[in-house]
Design a protein around this ligand. Sequence first.
Ligand SMILES: Nc1nc2c(ncn2[C@@H]2O[C@H](COP(=O)(O)OP(=O)(O)O)[C@@H](O)[C@H]2O)c(=O)[nH]1
Ligand SMILES: [Mg+2]
Length: 153
Amino acid sequence: MGYLSANRKLMVAGPTRAGKSTLLRALGYIDGVNKTQMVVHGDYFIDTPGELLNHLYLYRSLLQNANKAGLVLFLADPTQMSRYPPKFNTAIQGRVLGVVTKIDIATESMKERSKREVEFAGAGEVMFCSSLTGEGIPELREKIDNVLGGVFS
Ligand SMILES: Nc1nc2c(ncn2[C@@H]2O[C@H](COP(=O)(O)OP(=O)(O)O)[C@@H](O)[C@H]2O)c(=O)[nH]1
Ligand SMILES: [Mg+2]
């Protein structure tokens, strides 16, 4: 995998069970969803286990992988707390985009709290989606294609 294609990878970070793998499936990057036990590198994506965010001593691993990605999604799940470090974006070379998922089961105030969590982590822009209903997925895919150059086109 050369430098250029590595920089076209999409990485998804977020807590355990936030819906990272399900989102990658909704976006068409992967077929099935299993519990992600380790960092999975596809040709065009990097999936990560939530444990990397849940434990301070694992941030280094998350960041090393993040620097192989052209775009890192900071995923927030309205049904649970996301413990992103403040200004986490400054440790990452690639672009960062905040994504609040599971909007099909979240109230407005839950969504607002999730938005603030990823903004705290340094996401300048935040998008909303549901991997189950597909709401917001086309807009998110378009944004990803704009940043990464449309790996599927
Ligand atoms: N309601 C709802 N559930 C979701 C959504 N995305 C993921 N889930 C559920 O959240 C759980 C964890 O998803 P998973 O992708 O394995 O999370 P990961 O640990 O971050 O990779 C699963 O039961 C999914 O079905 C969503 O947009 N809406
Ligand atoms: Mg997973």
